[in-house]
Design a protein around this ligand. Structure first.
Ligand code: KDG
Length: 314
């Protein structure tokens, strides 16, 4: 059984190259992305066993994603294909340093996920179930599936990790609030970004945010502070500083990288602070590479970095 199980939508990704917008570029690079496969790949590269159970279209993009995720060592034995709907697609451009994403994912294969696609026994054998708030944004049946998976995990003493990953291109903040806040109640580890909390709780006040988070039973790990990640445990707030990065290249995927590092820390029985530090380190690597998951480091790279050893190139 994998130590961590996650599921959600992974989509084909086409990236406009050369700093030209999609209207004018003649060069699109294919890749794929999805918050949950990003986390799964991150964990696998750090040496942990992880399963991803997504639903893909029975089409070339779907098969490509399946093979690439499997190639990263992620257990895809519970992922499935359907002929009823296509694999979702996202397209990204970067113009004048600003990255924009366009989704072509309405009625995608992943949006048709239902609780029947979950295998309770598979989830029961894990140590952690990781869910993101993108899944419930896809469709009502996906929202039911996310909640059902969390309930299954809780029934079997599997820890639930939940990253709200608010995507305002998928739903309004009002809709998101109604669904995400009840899901946060089911989590053991709640991993929001500070900006997301401001939107979800409709306040800029840190005191108010902390008091709202205090209503959850989860430990909250708040990403995206100016220079640090916060830990809120039993009403006590602490901060873990970021690793300094000289050149930020692409911030997409940083939060997922953080989650992978944090969950890896939990699996290694690190203290919360040490787990957050590992999360910060993985996030700092992801933002120094192009792509959502390409910059996720291996366990060996992390060991080298922490030992301060230079990489031997030739
Ligand atoms: O966190 C990065 C993800 O947002 C990206 O890989 C794509 O899952 C994705 C989404 O729905 O935007």
């Amino acid at each position: 059984h994998p130590e961590v199980i996650t599921f959600g939508e992974s989509m084909a990704l086409l990236i406009a190259e050369g700093g030209k917008g999609l209207e004018y570029t003649s060069n699109l690079t294919p890749s794929f992305g999805g918050a949950e496969t990003n986390v799964a790949i991150g964990l696998s590269r750090l040496g942990h066993s992880v399963g991803w159970c997504g639903r893909l279209g029975d089409d070339p993009f779907g098969h490509r994603i399946y093979k690439m995720v499997r190639g990263e060592g992620v257990d895809v034995s519970h992922a499935s294909f359907t002929e009823e709907a296509p694999t979702g697609l996202m397209v990204r451009e970067n113009v004048a340093g600003r990255s924009s994403v366009y989704y072509y994912r309405k009625l995608s294969a992943a949006s048709k996920m239902t609780p029947e696609h979950l295998d309770e026994e598979y989830i029961a054998g894990a140590r952690i179930l990781h869910i993101t708030g993108i899944t419930p944004a896809l469709s009502p049946s996906c929202a039911e599936t996310a909640a059902a998976a969390m309930d299954m995990a809780r029934r079997h003493g599997v820890k639930v990790s939940f990253d709200p990953n608010l995507r305002l291109k998928l739903w309004s903040v009002e809709e998101a609030r109604k669904v995400l806040l009840p899901l946060a109640m089911k989590a053991d580890y709640f991993l929001p970004g500070l900006d997301e909390l401001k939107l979800l709780y409709e306040t800029d006040s840190m005191d108010e945010i902390i008091s709202k988070l205090g209503e959850l039973s989860a430990v909250s790990i708040i990403k995206g502070g100016d220079d640090e990640t916060y830990i809120l445990e039993n009403g006590k707030l602490s901060a873990v500083p970021y690793y300094k990065v000289e050149h930020v290249i692409d911030t997409v995927g940083a939060g997922d990288g953080f989650c992978a590092g944090f969950l890896a820390g939990l699996l290694k029985d690190y203290s919360l602070e040490e787990a957050v530090r590992l999360g910060n380190l993985i996030g700092s690597r992801v933002i120094q590479a192009i792509g959502d998951w390409e910059g996720l480091p291996s366990a060996a790279e992390i060991e080298r970095l922490l030992a301060g050893k230079a990489h031997v190139e030739r």
